[in-house]
Design a protein around this ligand. Structure first.
Ligand SMILES: [Zn+2]
Length: 244
């Protein structure tokens, strides 16, 4: 039984149809290799622009990117659309909340490149895209003021907390060492102890370390906050009773 001859495996001829306007790959245009003509409307001058977008979807997220050669109005339209959508859709996820401000900032770089393009002087077969209203005069921009304000608070809060932390540290009592002498500007219960030289007239107490957690008769207990570990009990022996 003879096997049928193999079917000739001729490759399919490449599609020769004319691509629609939307099918031009990034960086090219109907007017050549991306030099000077907008890939959306054909207007000139135009320049390479990359605008990014981000969508957070709680667990997953999606990064968007539109790259191409755009004239000024088309570039502005692409920027404003993606920026406005990212401002609303970008924040929804733990990682997205971090990525979104970065994408928004990178887009500001793209915006400055778009703004450097002059207004079109030669128009293509179609009118340029309508740039529409600026991002913060769109509803999305107004909604986005909430996450942006929270972000600004967060950015401000970090150095603020550091300052508060430093101030709190500065207010912490200096640890006392056994054998030193102190002056108390507070009361016995609300102590404000400062180390002073033992031979000065301001010296009131000698600091003693008691290994068995008890102090002698007539001694005061120093606030535990004055010990290096915050737990060890230090005794304050009035200087007239201490043997000097
Ligand atoms: Zn255009």
């Amino acid at each position: 039984m003879a096997a049928p001859p193999p079917y000739p495996q001729a490759p399919a001829p490449p599609y020769q149809g004319v691509p629609g306007p939307a099918a031009y790959p990034a960086g090219s245009s109907p007017y050549g290799a991306g030099q000077g003509a907008c890939q959306v409307c054909g207007a000139a001058p135009a320049g390479p622009v990359t605008v990014r977008g981000h969508q957070g979807m709680i667990v997953i997220m999606r990064s968007l990117r539109r790259q191409g050669v755009f004239c000024r109005p088309c570039g502005l339209a692409v920027f404003r659309d993606l920026q406005a959508n990212t401002l609303v859709a970008g924040w929804w996820g733990p990682l997205s909340a971090v990525v979104t401000p970065i994408v928004l900032l990178i887009n500001l770089g793209a915006l400055s490149r778009i703004r450097k393009l002059p207004e079109p002087v030669a128009f293509g077969p179609r009118p340029p895209l309508d740039p529409g209203r600026p991002v913060f005069r769109r509803p999305q921009g107004v909604v986005a003021l909430i996450p942006l304000a929270l972000l600004a608070l967060l950015v401000l809060a970090v150095p603020l907390l550091a300052i508060i932390g430093a101030a709190t540290d500065a207010g912490k009592p200096q640890p006392l060492t056994a054998g030193s002498c102190v002056h108390n500007d507070g009361t016995v219960t609300d102590q404000d102890l400062s180390a002073v030289p033992c031979d000065s007239s301001a010296a009131q107490y000698r600091v003693l370390y008691q290994s068995d957690d008890t102090c002698g008769p007539g001694d005061y207990l120093a606030d535990p906050g004055y010990s290096t570990d915050g737990v060890t009990v230090l005794c304050l022996r009035p200087l007239d009773a201490a043997d000097q």
